[in-house]
Ligand binder design. Structure first.
Ligand SMILES: [Zn+2]
Length: 591
């Protein structure tokens, strides 16, 4: 998730410009002059610069500041008690960290209006070597606030030592109005009027509800636990496995402690609180028995049991293409959520209404997207791309969304064959905006264009055509998941891996589709039995092989920015580009 543009109303901005005040004929001429300049320079199209002005807060959030760089998160142990009536939460997060270099200030992120009450360094019996967790006391640290970042003064800590920092906090977290797109804590009711709570915070960041190092590059290497205290009439579900349940008879509450053993993104650590029921099934996967646990609201049990039959089909397909499910230790879970869906690791949020398609719609417009449940497929696809392989910077988020979008095509292929998959992928191109580049600005917590989904998927589909060998393509997808298993990456690392493993230099192709908004145009002309073609609307030096059809003959050509002429085969006068290549073909005259 989240495919925000699909639900947005299109807003057309109008603005009186100097151009509009010029006499009509003059402005017409100027427009065409500018248009010609644009055409002349279009083959050297440069990435668009983002117009957004970034603030100090964006930089504090989006970069590894010196106050973040000296420590590495090993584990989060988070306890939280929500109060449904007042829409407030109270909690603590114990951060287990490794000191990687000397530091005197520690940046901890917690977004307004939440308030940190205390930050303490926990002393252990063995002198903070990490070999023991027996507490002997706490040292309260001084701290100050700078917007959503908090800076604690820490004593000198030995390099390589393991330390525990406990942060207690409280307040009224930002409420999600339109989750999962805006994000925050969700305080809602189920259809029977009973409390139903959760959180959605992708992009916005986990610091909207708990204190952490809110940067995607630093996942807790040894996992996390989440203890949730709720009225004992409700059930609390979270990531991984239920480690403990404790009833408090004095105040009729219960504390559920869930735990993941694997590294996890901050935004994936999520509570689900409501009147849940559960059932279990085993999946015989590539790495043995995978525990699949399903959680639905009590009155949705039958519908959920029927719809979630798609899970084993999805797992089988994705293990085939991507390799083993990446979190066997933590199990696979699908949890009914009070919003459309999100890839919460080992506790995938499901809110698609137990129907196929995207809320019943086929986003590709081909019919294939209505044959399976978009949220089961898409959000689970993220277990491989987003949760196991995570980008350091959300500017590179296409690695999550482009590959996961392509998982939809691969699932369609698994179930209905290659032509169905191709139709789904190509059909979804209609959703491409080409507004801004797919890759966003680095270091400021800025995602790129929502084209990261369908254009990203079509970029991978085009690359698959060029590789022209599904065994190699599949090995690349599985190889990515093996090489970057549970790691954080840059887009460039993924791009280079694909070029290296395929033996094809895709660097210009990635630059074209990820870093500009221009879709290459294959210009062609046919005169007698001569076919001429070239690429325009592309980066300087852009080239890639393309499969074309002239008459009844299918062939590979390698257009460049210069005209190429082929003789003797084009005399039928018909020409088409294989639809699986994401380019535009344009007939031109007079060449
Ligand atoms: Zn997604």
């Amino acid at each position: 998730m989240k495919i925000s543009k699909l639900n947005h109303t299109i807003v057309i901005y109008t603005k009186q410009t100097n151009m509009q005040r010029l006499p009509r004929t003059l402005s017409f001429l100027i427009f065409h002059f500018l248009f010609l300049i644009f055409i002349a320079s279009s083959c050297a199209a440069q990435p668009l610069s983002s117009k957004k002005q970034f603030t100090r807060q964006d930089t504090l959030r989006g970069t590894i500041t010196p106050e973040r760089a000296w420590w590495d998160v090993l584990r989060y142990d988070l306890q939280v008690t929500p109060d449904y009536t007042t829409k407030t939460i109270r909690g603590t997060n114990r951060l287990t960290i490794r000191v990687v270099k000397p530091g005197s200030k520690m940046q901890i992120d917690l977004q307004e209006p939440l308030i940190i009450d205390n930050i303490s360094l926990i002393k252990t019996a063995t002198g903070n070597t990490g070999s023991s967790t027996a507490e002997t006391g706490k040292t309260t640290l001084l701290f100050e606030r700078d917007g959503n970042a908090w800076f604690a003064t820490v004593p000198s800590l030995p390099v390589n030592s393991i330390q525990s920092i406990e942060v207690s906090y409280h307040g009224k977290p930002r409420e999600a109005i339109r989750p999962p797109w805006d994000g925050g804590w969700i305080w809602t009711k189920d259809k029977k009027g009973r409390p139903w709570m959760s959180v959605a915070c992708q992009g916005l960041g986990a610091s909207v509800w708990y204190p952490c190092k809110d940067h995607q590059s630093d996942e807790p290497d040894s996992g996390a636990s989440l203890s949730i205290t709720v009225p004992d009439t409700l059930m609390a579900v979270a990531n991984g496995r239920l480690a403990n349940k404790q009833l408090h008879s004095d105040n009729s509450t219960a504390t559920y402690t869930w735990q993941v053993k694997n590294p996890i993104n901050n935004y994936n650590i999520i509570p689900y609180i409501g009147k849940y029921v559960t059932w279990h099934e085993d999946f015989a996967g590539e790495n043995g028995k995978l525990d699949c646990d399903y959680w639905a609201l009590d009155y949705d049990l039958d519908k959920a049991k029927n719809q979630f039959k798609q899970v084993p089909l999805m797992l089988k397909c994705f293990e085939y293409w991507f390799g083993p499910y990446p979190f066997y230790e933590d199990g696979y879970k699908l949890v009914e959520a009070p919003h459309l869906g999100m890839e919460h690791q080992s506790a995938v949020a499901y809110g698609n209404g137990f129907q196929n398609g995207y809320l019943g719609r086929d986003l590709s417009g081909t019919g294939w997207g209505n044959k399976w449940d978009f949220i089961i497929v898409h959000e689970s696809g993220h277990e491989w791309f987003a949760n196991s392989i995570t980008t350091n910077d959300i500017a590179d988020m296409w690695v999550h969304e482009g590959f996961t979008n392509y998982s939809e095509t691969l699932f369609t292929t698994c179930q209905y064959g290659v032509e169905a998959g191709n139709a789904y992928c190509v059909g979804a191109r209609q959703l491409t905006q080409n507004d801004t580049p797919i890759i966003g600005a680095y270091g400021v917590n800025q995602e790129g264009s929502s084209d990261m989904y369908y254009k990203g998927g079509n970029l991978l589909h085009t690359i698959r055509q060029i590789i022209n060998n599904d065994s190699t393509f599949r090995n690349i997808l599985r190889g990515l998941n093996k090489t970057y298993y549970h790691k954080t990456v840059t887009s460039k690392e993924v791009e280079d891996y694909i070029s290296r493993q395929s033996g094809i230099d895709f660097s210009k192709v990635f630059d074209q589709y990820l870093r500009t908004t221009h879709i290459p145009v294959l210009e062609y002309s046919i005169k007698g039995n001569e076919l001429k073609f070239r690429f325009t609307n592309c980066l300087k030096g852009f080239t890639m092989p393309v499969k074309i059809k002239t008459g009844s003959e299918e062939k590979w050509v390698r257009p460049t920015e210069e005209w190429t002429t082929i003789s003797g085969s084009a005399n039928t006068g018909t020409f088409s580009v294989d639809r699986n290549f994401f380019i535009t073909a344009k007939k031109v005259n007079g060449q």
